[in-house]
Design a protein around this ligand. Structure first.
Ligand code: BGC
Length: 756
């Protein structure tokens, strides 16, 4: 770090602690604002995507170069590579009147070129260290390619697996989701935003995007404030508390007001209540989309968005084209425009762009920083840690490295599906297939591959999914021919590994499903394989919890691998052949069928709880299925076994500002070394608003050699007992609490304490 940069960092730390609306503490920003015309200020609020790069939406911007020259652009996205970014910055600093550099944004959701598992997968590692490291690598690689602003982390709580974007977040739980949100913000931003390897993070999508009705993307959200504050808002707040530099509004409405024009959300909650000090950007054309929501014409919705506190307009250009008119008509104030502009300039200053607009345009860096062996190694580790062993059948797994294996299934040799959804900066050709991974890790095994089935036989589904290139490829051979070939290969093998599940773009944005089972084409294959009498391992890929009740009943082992990223095949082979013992745990409940949705571990009791597994009239249950999910939140097996005992507390009574220490003895009783995620669930027995039956309030990932016993300590902090009451005050109420500790959210080792 140069002396100048050190001074800059120190200045940032000591003086930028306050972001009032009337003046910036950064003198450079204030003096720049003095020089700016109204049009130039409005220009800074405009975010464009020139197209030709990575498309993430249906509209691209026109004449971006001309607009940059005219001072009508604050940032661009979808442009990568230090040379291109340098060109864009040159246009901004050489040809615009005030020479203001650009923000360069991108969606680096799970890695840049080194693609990590989809976020729902990484979350399943429950390993905050690995998650933070993967964000650091993502920042290092993307800044090497010119990007200084990342549209990540996506922290939307999702309890509806029909929603395709559940793949992009951490799952159903606010406690775990908050820890992950903080780890990612820290990973991207580091301690010094002006360092060349760090970038602005952007928490998204504010708020409640994951609660879209019916799991249909962009749909309305209607939620009471108590639920919102207790269950959906914590991860966004955690990102704010971690110092996230920017935030993105969501597409949905909240209480009838679209997020991008929602003053309660942007100003009252985010800025005033949570003290957010960065800038707020809309989602892709979400300001314009307020017209379709029924909020008025482009001028009206743009004014509404600015009045609500939105600072930057993504792609839609409503701010650029209408704010001046609204100002003339007295619908907004110049002060509001200046405030929004100030926030964007401050972000640019924090990045060090005013000192050096070409800070992220170092042509030498891609070679040394992107897709290094070290980065790929981390991707392989994170992927292996993200896999969840859903079911063990007999002792099939791990496989011997000299086994005779039938490697079957439409995803076993499918490079295009390894990266997962929302990997616009990744490259499919870099991904390792499962077939390749098996050969790399077990060169002495005899491996025969056959496709066995299409991902789906439905040409309409294939067309809908293949918008970004071929993901579902319907074979020229008939389904029967494929199946026959696979069964022949299976017959000649000792063990069958079938790689099945969803194509990567069967999840993600605008990829909701009403039926979340394994497509029929593959179900047929799985049934036939299970009948062969050979040991069968299903390697299951998906971007969401699936309904797999039928497959779960078959005599098969099931390893859930999500979409594992660039090192997919190697990581899968590492786990299948036992070089790494799986340790992932589900972060979203797996329902038995779609009718159970929403289903999550922290559900409340009813006044008429079902007391038996059999149907009971006038109790809260279903005629045709149990209440319990197929697989609970936190579920995940290991090649070894763990035994919990001796759950103890340091005291049976605490005061409201005291912490509680929980210890439990954990023994590895099986035949392998392994890691276990010890989980702590809390139940507030009596309180002023109906409590959840239990909710996650602590976890620790521990490694135990076989035969080893460890005493695991977890701490409950005073705020872990708090909740938002009917007045939305964050309080802990005296009374009895129960604690459950164990291997998943059904943990039954129990103790209790009293809060004075
Ligand atoms: C998505 C955002 C993304 C933006 C820019 C939108 O469609 O909802 O998550 O950051 O596009 O690519």
């Amino acid at each position: 770090m140069t002396l100048k940069r050190t001074l800059l960092a120190v200045t940032l730390f000591t003086t930028i602690t306050w972001y009032g609306n009337s003046q910036s503490r950064i003198p450079e920003v204030e003096s720049l604002l003095q020089k700016m015309t109204l049009a130039e200020k409005i220009g800074q609020l405009n975010l464009l995507t020139p197209g030709g790069g990575i498309a993430t939406g249906s509209v691209v911007s026109e004449d971006v170069e001309g607009k940059i020259k005219a001072g009508e652009v604050g940032g661009i996205f979808g442009v990568t590579g230090p040379d291109k970014v340098r060109k864009a910055q040159e246009i901004a600093v050489n040809s615009s009147r005030l020479k203001i550099p650009l923000l360069i944004g991108a969606d680096v959701i799970h890695g840049y070129k080194t693609t990590f598992p989809i976020p729902l997968g990484s979350a399943s590692s429950w390993d905050m260290g690995l998650i933070k490291q993967s964000a650091q690598i993502a920042a290092k690689e993307s800044t090497a390619d010119g990007i200084n602003w990342n549209f990540s982390p996506m922290v939307d709580i999702a309890r509806d697996p029909r929603w395709g974007r559940i793949a992009e977040g951490a799952g159903e739980d606010p406690y775990l989701g908050s820890a992950i949100a903080a780890a990612m913000v820290q990973g991207y931003q580091g301690a010094d935003l002006s360092a060349p390897h760090t970038m602005l993070a952007c928490v998204k999508h504010l708020v409640l995007y994951g609660a879209a009705e019916g799991g249909r993307d962009y749909n309305s959200v209607d939620m009471g404030k108590v639920k919102m504050f207790n269950q959906y808002l914590p991860p966004y707040k955690a990102a704010v508390d971690a110092g996230v530099a920017s935030a993105m509004t969501s597409f949905n409405d909240i209480d009838g007001i679209p997020a991008s024009g929602n003053k309660w959300m942007i100003t009252d909650l985010l800025r005033k209540k949570w003290g957010f000090q960065g800038f707020v950007v809309s989602d892709y054309t979400s300001v314009n989309e307020m017209i379709a929501h029924g909020m008025g014409d482009l001028q009206a919705v743009s004014a509404q968005a600015l009045n609500a506190g939105l600072d930057m307009d993504m792609v839609g250009e409503g701010f650029l084209t209408t704010l001046k008119k609204s100002l003339d008509e007295g619908k907004i104030t110049e002060e509001q425009i200046t405030t929004a502009c100030r926030r964007i300039l401050e972000a640019k200053y924090k990045l060090g762009l005013f000192e050096d607009p070409f800070l992220y345009s170092d042509e030498k860096r891609p070679e040394t920083d992107i897709l290094t062996d070290e980065n790929r190694k981390l991707a392989r580790t994170v992927a292996a840690h993200s896999f969840v062993l859903l079911k063990k059948h007999e002792k099939t797994l791990p496989l011997k490295k000299n086994a005779k294996i039938a490697l079957l299934g439409p995803l076993a040799d499918s490079r295009n599906n390894m990266l997962g959804t929302w990997a616009p900066t990744g490259e499919h050709k870099l991904a390792v297939t499962v077939l390749e991974g098996f050969k790399n890790v077990a060169p002495d095994a005899s491996i025969t591959y056959a496709k066995g089935a299409n991902i789906s036989n439905d040409p309409v589904m294939a067309k809908n999914v293949n918008v970004f290139g071929p993901k579902i490829e319907i074979d020229e051979r008939s389904p029967d021919t494929l199946l026959k070939e696979a069964l022949e290969v299976a017959k000649a093998s000792d063990v069958i590994v079938a790689v099945v599940g969803e194509a990567s773009e069967m999840t993600g944005e605008a990829a909701s499903r009403t039926d979340i089972s394994i497509p029929d084409a593959q179900k047929k294959l799985i049934r036939a394989l299970a009948k062969t009498g050979k040991p069968v391992v299903l390697v299951l890929m998906s971007g969401r919890p699936l309904t797999i009740s039928e497959e779960y009943e078959l005599p098969v082992s099931i390893l859930q691998v999500w979409h594992p990223g660039v090192e997919a095949g190697n990581a899968i082979a590492d786990v299948v052949f036992g070089d790494y013992n799986p340790s992932g745990k589900l972060t979203a409940t797996w329902p038995r069928n779609v009718g159970q949705i929403p289903i999550y571990h922290s559900m409340k009791n009813t006044g008429r709880p079902a007391e038996s597994k059999e149907f009971q009239k006038f109790k809260s249950n279903y005629l045709d299925a149990p209440n319990s999910p197929l697989l609970p939140f936190g579920h995940g097996l290991s090649y070894t076994e763990f035994e919990y005992s001796d759950l103890k507390l340091n005291t049976s009574e605490i005061g409201t500002d005291e912490a509680l220490t929980v210890t439990v003895s954990l023994k590895n009783t099986g035949n392998y070394d392994g890691e276990e995620v010890v989980q702590l669930y809390l139940r507030d027995v009596v309180r002023s608003i109906t409590p959840a039956m239990r909710k996650l309030k602590g976890f620790k990932k521990v490694f135990l050699k076989k035969g080893e016993t460890k005493l695991v300590t977890l701490k409950l902090k005073p705020e872990d007992l708090k909740f938002y009451n009917s007045d939305l005050d964050f309080v802990a109420e005296p009374g009895a609490f129960e604690i459950f500790v164990g291997t998943d959210s059904n943990a039954d080792l129990k103790t209790s304490f009293h809060l004075k």
